[in-house]
Structures are given as structure tokens and as C-alpha cells.
Design a protein around this ligand. Structure first.
Ligand code: ASP
Ligand code: MG
Length: 406
């Protein structure tokens, strides 16, 4: 008898009807002889709704209270799912992150898991129960409720899979798996049968939005096999696992598009040692994650420094950037919100050349201007104008032959 973990995202449990459908699926897995642990997200857009409620009563809600509030969403779906399963004759019990022993640090809203005891889960499984766990939350050693960052139910599922040594961690969502590009933007995108942790990690943090990036880091670290699939069909989805030889033969696995960043440029920065350090220390002290950084060669003793940040942080970044710019006697600070980042990801890039050239040619052919470029071992990203994003992703997807018709 194998132990499987199934995680259902918000869209899979968005209504009582859908909860019943999920309950049926759980019953099927149980009746075919598996031990089943289920992790659920909050129903539909519930987490967003809770965030907006908070914003209506306070401009700056304390993080501790935010976690008290946000953790309720998953409790609703877990309890309802347990009821639905019991009504179908399957023994099921719901438990919170705290009850199953998911211990985290004290970083409210973005807590890190420190320990998973899973003791109560094991006891309930031994009694023949299906255990339904609230995703996205844990508890500190001094019993404060914490949440694990947006999309954190994935992390709960991966952590429990690792702690319980599950045979597979199934991630149920509203798409059929991981695609070569977002099928809503690129109609001929193809579902990938498998993908490596590293590629998925790049795609997750690039805004592919199927898996939380942090959950991928943990899956990789503990080698948890994942199966991303649709909760609305029985078709096989995409397996995410450690790299196997065949994966390397595929040069480019996917193209992703991210539209939630903004570009900031500090003009006329004196070309002296230590200035980048001063500028980026100021920004990181404000807890802002910088993504791409581009500094040109200064020929006149002055250089422009551009970087991208989450658009949500732009105001804060501009404040900090203006302050440091004044401090280091740099020039103006300008910004641009109308950008998009397009990236190609693939393990095969490590051993094949010409990938960047091919991407740039595809953009050139459509007269799309590249604003910034950055690369890593298995990824190349370009910043372009936002209104050209859809065209860009289609061309690049075609250029690498990723579509259905080849
Ligand atoms: N409900 C939480 C969110 O919307 C966690 C999750 O869905 O994974 O971010
Ligand atoms: Mg999700």
C-alpha cells in the first residue's frame, strides 16, 4: 500500500460542487488501497478576499493578525472536504498546520518550515483515515500561527511528502500540467511529459505560476517526485523530478512571460568602487528583491545602473533609490512600468550554443526592441516593451519549435 499526497489548489475547491468532485477523487484513491494525505488551498479567491477585508479596516495591518486571518481560508476548505468525504463513506479527518506539527520560524506572511513532525498524521493513517491538512500555514515554537507565502500550499504538500516519504506528491490544478508556454497566450503550446526541478524552479520564479518557487527548492533538496495534473480530468500531467539524461537532449523546455516587474534606472552614477554596494545595500535593507541588474561600461567616469523589481514595490524602491542616488552624488532616477520579461529555459543550454542568438533573431524579425538582457546557466531573459509581449512569446516559442505542429 503506497502513501500518496494530493494537493488541491484554490480553483479545484472553489465551490461545494467542486469540493464534492475532489472528495470523489480522494475516495477513489483510498479505495484503490492507497494511504492518502490531502493538502488544500483556500476556496477560489478566498485569500485575496481576506486580504482586501484587512485593507478595508487598516492601512497597515499587523503581520501577526494577517496570519490569523489568512490561515482561516484553508480551514474552511479542509473541513468542508473532510465532511464531503465522510458523506461518501470514507473516513476522513481535517487538521491544521499546527495540529500536524508544521513548525516554522517567526517570519509572519513568509515563514520558513523548520520541522515537520507529522505524528498525528501517521496515527490517523494507521487507523485507516484520510488526513486533510490545511495548506499554507504552520505554527511557531511559541504557538503563533504563521503563513508560508502566497501559493504556500504547494510547500505544505512538498514538506509533508518528504516527511512521510510519500511515493508521489500529486499537485491538482486547473491546467493539465506544465506547458512549453502559457496556453492562454500561446495557443499551440504543448504539455511537457516531464521537466527537471531546476527548469521548473526557473519557470516558477519566472511567473509560470503553476508551482510556488519555494516549494520547488524544497522538492529538489529532498528529491520529492511531483505530478502536476488537472483536477478536472483523469489525464496524466507533467512529472517533475531530478534531471535524467533524456532531459538534456531537449535544448529549450519552455518560454515564460512575466509582467509584474518595473525597471528603475539611476543615471550618471560615478564609476567608483563601492557604489553598487552602497546602492544595493540600501535597497536590500528595505527588504526588496532585485531581479535583473545591468550596469554599462562607464566611458566618461559616469555610468547608468538599471535594475528590475516587483512592480508592487516600485514606490518604496524609488524612495530608497532617490535617497541613495543623492548620497553617492548620482543623477536622476527614472523608472518604467511598461515592461515585460520574456525568458527561455532549458537544461540543454549548458551544452548547446547559439540559443541566445536564436532568441534575439526571433525578436529582431518582429522588430521587437530588447531593453535589458540577463542569462544564467539554463535561462536567458530579455526585457521588452509590455505591449509587444504576446507577439514576442509566440515568435520565440515558434523559433525553438516548441509548438504542437512541427
Ligand atoms: N491560499 C493561499 C494563496 O492563495 C495559499 C495557496 O493557495 O497555495 O496564496
Ligand atoms: Mg498555486
Amino acid at each position: 500500500m503506497a502513501l500518496i499526497v494530493q494537493k488541491y489548489g484554490g480553483s479545484s475547491v472553489a465551490s461545494p460542487e467542486r469540493i464534492k468532485k475532489v472528495a470523489e477523487r480522494i475516495c477513489r484513491a483510498r479505495k484503490s488501497g492507497h494511504q492518502v494525505v490531502v493538502v488544500v488551498s483556500a476556496m477560489g479567491d478566498n485569500t485575496d478576499d481576506l486580504l482586501s477585508l484587512a485593507a478595508q479596516v487598516s492601512r497597515n495591518p499587523p503581520e501577526r493578525e494577517m496570519d490569523m486571518l489568512l490561515a482561516t481560508g484553508e480551514q474552511v476548505s479542509a473541513a468542508l472536504l473532510a465532511m464531503a468525504a465522510q458523506a461518501m463513506g470514507v473516513r476522513a479527518v481535517s487538521m491544521t498546520g499546527a495540529q500536524v506539527g508544521i513548525v516554522t520560524d517567526r517570519a509572519h506572511r513568509n515563514a520558513r518550515i523548520q520541522d515537520v513532525s507529522a505524528q498525528r498524521i501517521k496515527q490517523a493513517l494507521a487507523k485507516g483515515c484520510v488526513v486533510i491538512v490545511t495548506g499554507f500555514q504552520g505554527i511557531t515554537p511559541d504557538h503563533e500561527i504563521t503563513t508560508l507565502g502566497r501559493g504556500g500550499s504547494d510547500l505544505t504538500a512538498v514538506a509533508l511528502s518528504s516527511a512521510l516519504k510519500a511515493k508521489i506528491c500529486e499537485i491538482y490544478t486547473d491546467v493539465e500540467g506544465i506547458y512549453t508556454a502559457d496556453p492562454r497566450v500561446v495557443p499551440n503550446a504543448r504539455k511537457l511529459p516531464s521537466i527537471s526541478y531546476d527548469e521548473m524552479l526557473e519557470l516558477a520564479s519566472l511567473g509560470a505560476q503553476v508551482m510556488q518557487a519555494r516549494s520547488m527548492e524544497m522538492a529538489k533538496k529532498y528529491n520529492v517526485p511531483l505530478h502536476v495534473r488537472s483536477s478536472f480530468s483523469r489525464r496524466t500531467g507533467t512529472i517533475i523530478s531530478k534531471e535524467v539524461k533524456a532531459m538534456e537532449q531537449v535544448v529549450v523546455s519552455g518560454v515564460s512571460l512575466q509582467k509584474d516587474e518595473a525597471k528603475v534606472t539611476i543615471c550618471d552614477v560615478p564609476d567608483r568602487p563601492g557604489l553598487a554596494a552602497t546602492i544595493f545595500t540600501g535597497i536590500s535593507d528595505a527588504n526588496i528583491n532585485v531581479d535583473m541588474i545591468v550596469q554599462n561600461v562607464g566611458r566618461t567616469g559616469l555610468t547608468d545602473l538599471s535594475f528590475t523589481v516587483p512592480r508592487a514595490d516600485l514606490k518604496k524602491v524609488l524612495r530608497v533609490a532617490r535617497r541613495v542616488a543623492a548620497k553617492v552624488k548620482a543623477g536622476r532616477v527614472i523608472h518604467d512600468e511598461d515592461i515585460a520579461k520574456i525568458s527561455v529555459v532549458g537544461l540543454g543550454m549548458r551544452s548547446h550554443s547559439g540559443i541566445a542568438a536564436k532568441m534575439f533573431q526571433a525578436l529582431a524579425k518582429e522588430s521587437i526592441n530588447i531593453v535589458m538582457i540577463s542569462t544564467s546557466e539554463i535561462k536567458i531573459s530579455c526585457i521588452i516593451r509590455k505591449n509587444q509581449a504576446a507577439k514576442a512569446i509566440k515568435t520565440i516559442h515558434d523559433a525553438f519549435g516548441l509548438g504542437k505542429q512541427r
